[in-house]
Structures are given as C-alpha cells and as structure tokens.
Design a protein around this ligand. Sequence first.
Ligand code: PMP
Length: 289
Amino acid sequence: EAAPTPKLWFDGVLADVDTLQADLTTHAMHYGSGVFEGIRAYATAEGAAVFRLPEHMERMRRGAELLGMAFDVDEVTEAVLATLRANGHRDAYIRPLAWFGAGGFGLDVEGHPQHVMVSTTATRVHLSGARATVGVSSWRRNPADSLPPLKLCGAYVNSILAKREGKARGYDEALFVDHDGFVVECTGANVFLVKSGRVTAVEHRDALPGITRDTLIALTGAETRAVTLDELLDADEVFACGTAAEVAPIARIEDRGYGDNPVSRELATLYARVIRGQEPAYRHWLTEI
Ligand code: PMP
C-alpha cells in the first residue's frame, strides 16, 4: 500500500501537499518578505512532543511584526500540532512560514495577502551528525542595524552565499567573522567554545538569538561574551548548535584541527536527553502533540 500523501497546513486548512500552489507574483518570492521557523518534535516516553514551541512562535511573531504582518501565535501553534498529528510524525522537523502573497511588484507590503503554511517532515540533521569542518567566510553576516537577526526569508541569502563559498572550498560549513575579527555565527547555527573545561557561548549582535544556544546556556551555566576568531582557534573544543544541528562538535576550522571534543560530546548527550524528555527538570520545554 502506498504511503499517504503528506499533509500541509495552508491558511487554516490541512490539505494534501500536492494539491497546493502559490502564485508566481508572490511578493516573498521576489523580495524575501516572509518569516519562518525551524522547530523539532521528538519521540518521548509520553508520546511525541515539540521542543520549546512557545519560544519559536515568539521569535516568529517578532519577525512578522517587523514586516508589518499580522500573526496569531495561538493559531500557528495549533497549526503546528495539527500538522504533526495529521502526518503521524514523532521525530520531525517543522517548518512554519508566513509570507506576503500575490500582487503588484511594488515594495509596499500593503495590499498583498498574507499566508501561513506549516510543513512537517521526518527529521533531518543538517550537519549530518558527523563532526563538521568549517571554513571562515569572506562574507560578513547581515549587520543587525541593516537586517535584524530574525528568521526573515530574505536574510538567508547571506547564509546561502557563505555556505556556497564554504562548500566550494571543501568545507561542510562556514563561519561568519566580523570586520573586527569577532566571531558571529555559522550559516544556520550558533557557536560555543570550550577552554580548560569552561564553556563559553559566543555573543554577537548580528547573530540570531538561538533557542538551542539559550537551552545550552541554561543547562551548563555557560558564560556569554564576545569571542575573537583567534580565541576560537586557540580553544580546546568548538561546537555549533541549532535546532537542526543540535549540538555539533567541530572537527576543524580552516587548518586548525580539534581533538575528539569530550565536553562537546557530553553536552550533545545531555541535550539529546533533554529534548527526548529524559530529564524531568526540563520537561516544561516540551509541548505534547
Ligand atoms: N543562526 C542562524 C542563522 C540560524 O538560522 C539558526 C537556526 N534557526 C541558528 C543560529 C540556531 O537557532 P536555533 O537554536 O533557535 O535553531
């Protein structure tokens, strides 16, 4: 028997994914006027649950607000849960997107309809679980005073450029460093370092305030501060973190190889327990489907 067609939530209705279409004059397609999230659900002993759903919804709401888009947190929250249920997912990656639709080619968003969709797919890990190699990008991260670090669609062209360059140079990932030599983040993940057993979360105004980063700070009591590339290269361990990447130990940055990252691996194991509901103190971060 053929697998059922995946369902996608689109403007208030759950429909078969292959029945849905978007207009070619979609404003967001031309100008990036949309906002999205990347969220995960995990199988726990009490059933599937979404990790830190309210925090993801709040970040998406802030992006929508910046674009002048109405955004109903309760509605999108319910849409996420309904889509997961409809697709019978347990371990899943969840992609809500809100965007401005068809209309004229002017930059004004007024007059363009707003749309919301939620797609869920079986889990993927974008750093593929293996220890990543990272190249230092020649591109600068979008400066926060030009494009605030939120998950705005158009902002990701900046990540695409860095990722393309990193891949072309033979690396898995790219690291953004600012004009003064301070580390910003990777293309879709935040950065931490470990030195003499001490865990430090890289802080930078141009970096996305990651929910995984916030989680790991809460779990470890890590300090947060600005870090130069030189300091990162001098660290004992470096790892990237994000909803998709989870905790991803880094094998090498340019010519600087790291060891087997024992602290990062220990943190990855703890994070894996937390997201699967195996740490009672953090069960409140999970929303049951
Ligand atoms: N930085 C960027 C640019 C990202 O796209 C992501 C993924 N959302 C992150 C960092 C990590 O954020 P989070 O932990 O909230 O997924």
